[in-house]
Design a protein around this ligand. Structure first.
Ligand code: 8YV
Length: 336
């Protein structure tokens, strides 16, 4: 073997890490790969992403990177785009498949952390916790009062309506049972009886759920069909005492219609972790006090964010080694 062939055979496969990850996880990756990383964490423009994907065999990306035919135009060596996210509406899956590239996501590892957060956001919303804090900080608390301090809505022994009954929806249902809540749900397809039993959940139509739930929680994936699942018409069906929580994706709720419904007190309050056009938040929402806002942090515990990266790395490493990634989305691309 001549020297250049030798050095070629010793070369590590080149990969892209499109966003900042924990430094020790990056250092571990660098043992096996030549890593082009973006620890600066500035989101690539479409053109920068296209360039960054050219010449790499694998890429770790997040929901901020749109992977479509344009992004893949020069990615001739790419075997996998491994999303550090369970939702993958940032992927144009048919275009990725047409390019012969595998696509993977990070299910399961974030289920409980995300369900915990969904429940926390629901409690904060129903019991007006952030609004109360702002009120205290603004010096408004002059005396304890039976009726003139912020009064919220109960969770215990009320009805929770969950739209989207995947793993995270089921996690929220189980938590709700612990609060003595009656659980109703709506989903594309009804769950098997054993799963309904495990969640103590009853399947209802979307309309019945909106009309009867005291608390509506959205946990469905974003697809074009799910765009504005909650708009003016749906908000009008809800009780004036009801709360709405969105931990799914921006675009599932019509944020302007929601702001109008909250302003007119057509519903009691809302808790949002995701927004249409995030990180921009509709200014009409920012004017309201009967709302709790969070910056898309449902999966954000360090332990879980690390587990998401670990699973994405497993997917990437498997694809580069020619084995099947554990959470491959477009299985038809894998030639075992
Ligand atoms: C991610 C999420 O943090 O997994 C998901 O679907 O919404 C979050 O856990 C986000 O998508 C960034 O990739």
């Amino acid at each position: 073997m001549n020297t250049s062939a030798q050095s070629h055979s010793l070369q590590k496969p080149k990969i892209l890490v499109a966003r900042a990850i924990f430094p020790d996880q990056l250092a571990k990756l660098e043992e096996s790969f030549e890593v082009q990383s973006n620890q600066e964490d500035r989101i690539y423009s479409a053109d920068e992403l296209k360039k960054a994907l050219s010449g790499v065999v694998g890429a770790l990306v997040t929901g901020s990177e749109r992977i479509d035919a344009g992004a893949l135009a020069d990615a001739k060596d790419l075997k996998i785009v491994a999303n550090i996210s369970v939702g993958y509406n940032n992927f144009d899956v048919p275009a990725i498949t047409a390019a012969g590239v595998m696509a993977s996501n990070t299910p399961d590892v974030l289920t409980d952390t995300t369900a915990d957060f969904g429940f926390a956001l629901l409690m904060a919303t129903a019991r007006r916790i952030t609004e109360s804090e702002h009120w205290v900080r603004a010096g408004n608390w002059k005396q304890w009062s039976l009726i003139n301090n912020p009064l919220g809505m109960d969770l215990h022994h009320t009805t929770i309506g969950i739209i989207g009954m995947g793993r995270i929806g089921q996690g929220i249902a189980k938590r709700a049972s612990g609060f003595g809540m009656n659980v109703i749900y709506h989903n594309r397809s009804r769950l098997p009886e054993a799963d309904e039993k495990a969640c103590r959940a009853t399947y209802v139509s979307k309309e019945e759920l909106l009309k009867t739930a005291d608390h509506v929680v959205l946990v469905l994936p974003y697809t074009p069909e799910n765009h504005h699942t909650i708009g003016e018409k749906e908000l009008a069906l809800m009780k004036p005492t009801a709360t709405l929580v969105n931990i799914a994706r921006g675009g599932i709720v019509d944020d302007l219609a929601l702001a109008q419904a909250l302003k007119a007190k057509k519903i009691f309050a809302a808790g949002l972790d995701v927004f249409e056009g995030e990180p921009t938040v509709n200014p009409e929402l920012l004017k309201l006090s009967n709302i709790v806002l969070a910056p898309h942090i449902a999966s954000a515990s360090e332990k879980t964010r690390r587990a998401m990266v670990d699973l994405a790395v497993k997917n990437l490493t498997a694809a580069v080694a020619g084995t099947k990634p554990p959470s491959l989305i477009n299985t038809e691309v894998f030639k075992g």
